[in-house]
Write a protein that binds this ligand. Structure first.
Ligand code: ADP
Length: 598
């Protein structure tokens, strides 16, 4: 979901007064003379733009050489929830502090920077030197934190997919629940999930006549995808509870009735929203509403720092917001802090080569639950298993959905040729891409895919794509030259023939081949691998209890989602992160609330 046009007008006191006295109004034209200002100078108005995470962010600025009077974000297309927090806050922070060096909003740094850069370009358009605004913002008062003590049955740390699910489920089970989220918004990495949720044996599959994609196949594909190092008990629990999890989602108003194949599987168990919208924002929205409905107390911008232990059992957490130190006594604790794909220190402990890699992760994916769990004796598994996703737009770290390939998209290299089974497991496709000249590739799709997949419309709108009405034209738009152009044309013709025959003789692809790529216009996005999912984490059992280094369940301590390890083994297949967080989030919520009830 995106906001097409948001007005986030922020006026400083001076400008508000000037507007009242003189009718000072901003306009979207470039530099225009305005009323006299407090400095005696003529205020000017200009627009400026800069690249955000999903296209240009355009601002309208009223300023003179001494002061920025107002900033209005007049056009942006950032992710709702993530980017909108920056759109709401950054203009006001700049105007208030008269500084372009204000901190970005955690989790929205690209959008924050885009707003700041757009303001700079507006100043430049007015011929105003930005130097006076390149000063450190005055501290907004380093107020002493007050202490507050709270009590509840279950405290959930992290309000991404797993935490929201656990909180909703624990509350449904009768527990009083507090959920803490360190970022200004809920959703974490889950908010960014674009594909769907894998589940087997669902009524939706039955309704579509899909009979060959049951629990056994789901377990087998997950184990094969994870190179057999997954914890089979956890995988079995996930698969066996997946259909019920889909039913539960439907019961809270989040049905997933469309069913597709996903990367790394030949079977159809990727469940998606009816309207083709991205599964992450869809579920986070519905789960948030459910959490609210169930009376869960949500604390945003509140970071848990430590697990409280009493007599060897988890008994709450310490947490901090900007103005409060919280001591939260709880009968059970659920850790749902997500992975560590934005924590380069932690990742490079296990794989030094990741130091310079682009990440698709939100800024809050720093492994806090793992650190806090380990501090109270928890064991970890598979920490070195860090997944690269093969289709990441490198400029912004935006992930191009696997669904593009599931729906028929292919990958070609700079010679215009396919180079692998485009829908093999993520690690295999990423490795194949890194072997191509320049270590990048293009993902190719057509208008049919665009018509059916909402995310592709955004890629086009946000300038990620090049497009043309012919294969030759697309090759040229991609910048291919010489033989690469004719290679590309014949790649496309061969691919369409393979789809018609139902056999990919070159690379043995056997899914996502229901329809060819013959509906003009044709599209390409240049992509390369990026850090995506940290498969390792806290060791849990099938009851979502955290296991200690002694091999015992730590009483009162539960964990779910990306903060745990074992489910995905050496490689996660697309659609399993969502299944993991819904199934184990529910198990953690039920068991934590049962434990709390004694
Ligand atoms: P999962 O899919 O496992 O739920 P997500 O990344 O979607 O993972 O969600 C994890 C959430 O936990 C994120 O919103 C993240 O900001 C939050 N989080 C991480 N560390 C902390 C912490 N120390 N305190 C509170 N929230 C945290």
């Amino acid at each position: 979901m995106k906001i097409q046009k948001t007005l986030a007008r922020v006026l400083c006191g001076f400008c508000a007064a000037a507007m009242l006295l003189t009718g000072c109004q901003s306009s979207s034209s470039t530099a225009a003379s305005q009323a006299g200002s407090a400095s005696g100078e003529v205020q000017q108005v200009a627009t400026g733009s800069a690249k955000g995470i999903e296209g240009d962010v355009v601002v309208e600025v009223t300023a003179d050489s001494t002061r920025i009077y107002s900033i209005e974000v007049i056009e942006q297309n950032e992710t709702e929830g993530i980017g909108s927090v920056a759109v709401e806050k950054i203009p006001g922070m700049i105007v208030e502090s008269q500084s372009l060096l204000v901190d970005g909003i955690a989790g929205c740094t690209v959008t924050s920077d885009a707003i700041k850069n757009a303001v700079r370009s507006a100043l430049e358009a007015m011929g105003i030197d930005a130097a006076p605004f390149d000063v450190e913002p005055t501290a907004g008062g380093d107020a002493e934190r007050t202490d507050e003590t709270l009590e509840c049955d279950v405290v959930v740390v992290g309000a991404g997919g797993a935490g929201l699910t656990a909180a909703a489920q624990a509350a449904e089970n009768g527990a009083s629940v507090i959920i803490l989220e360190k970022m200004p918004i809920v959703g974490g990495n889950s908010l960014k999930a674009t594909g769907g949720m894998n589940a087997a044996g669902t009524e939706y599959q039955a309704a579509l006549g899909i009979t060959d994609s049951g629990v056994a196949e789901f377990i087998e594909d997950t184990m094969n995808g994870g190179h057999q190092i997954n914890d089979l008990d956890l995988v079995t629990t996930m698969a066996e509870n997946s259909a019920e999890a889909v039913d539960w989602l439907a019961s809270i108003g989040a049905p997933l009735p469309k069913v597709e194949a996903t990367g790394g599987t030949v079977h159809k168990y990727l469940h998606e929203p009816e309207d083709g919208s991205a599964v992450g924002s869809y579920l986070v929205d519905k789960l948030s509403k459910q959490v609210e409905k169930m009376g869960v107390q949500l604390f945003l911008e509140t970071e848990a720092t430590e697990i409280l232990m009493e007599n060897g059992a988890a008994a709450g957490v310490l947490a901090q917001s900007a103005d409060t130190n919280y001591t939260i006594h709880a009968k059970a604790v659920v850790l749902a802090t997500g992975g560590f794909g934005a924590n380069y220190d932690m990742m490079t402990q296990y794989n030094e080569s990741l130091a310079g890699a682009v990440t698709t992760n939100h800024a809050g994916a720093t492994g806090d639950g793992i650190t806090m769990g380990v501090a109270v004796g928890a064991d970890t598994v598979d920490m070195e298993q860090i997944q690269l996703h093969p289709t990441v737009y490198q400029e912004t770290g935006l992930l191009v959905s696997e669904s593009v390939r599931s729906m028929g998209g292919i990958l070609v290299n700079s010679s215009g040729k396919r180079f692998c089974n485009d829908l093999a497991t993520r690690d295999a496709v990423s490795a194949a891409e890194l072997e191509q000249e320049g270590s990048y590739a293009y993902i190719i799709f057509d208008q049919r895919v665009v018509d059916d997949l909402a995310s592709t419309k955004k890629y086009i709108q946000n300038g990620l794509t090049v497009q043309a009405d012919t294969y030759e034209g697309l090759a040229e738009a991609m910048g291919l030259t010489g033989d690469a152009v004719s290679n590309f044309v014949s790649t496309m013709e061969t691919w369409n023939a393979s789809v018609a025959a139902g056999v990919d003789e070159e690379f043995g692809r056997n899914n996502g081949m229901d329809e060819d790529l013959s509906t003009a216009p044709y599209y390409a996005i240049k992509i390369a691998p990026g850090i995506h999912h940290t498969m390792g984490g806290l060791k849990i059992n099938t009851e979502a209890q955290v296991i200690s280094t002694e091999g015992e369940a730590i009483p009162g301590l539960y964990a779910a989602g990306e903060t745990t390890g074992g489910v995905h083994g050496g490689n996660r297949i697309g659609g399993n992160a969502v299944c993991d967080f819904v199934v184990f989030g529910r198990i953690a919520g039920v068991n934590a609330s049962d434990y709390a009830a004694g």
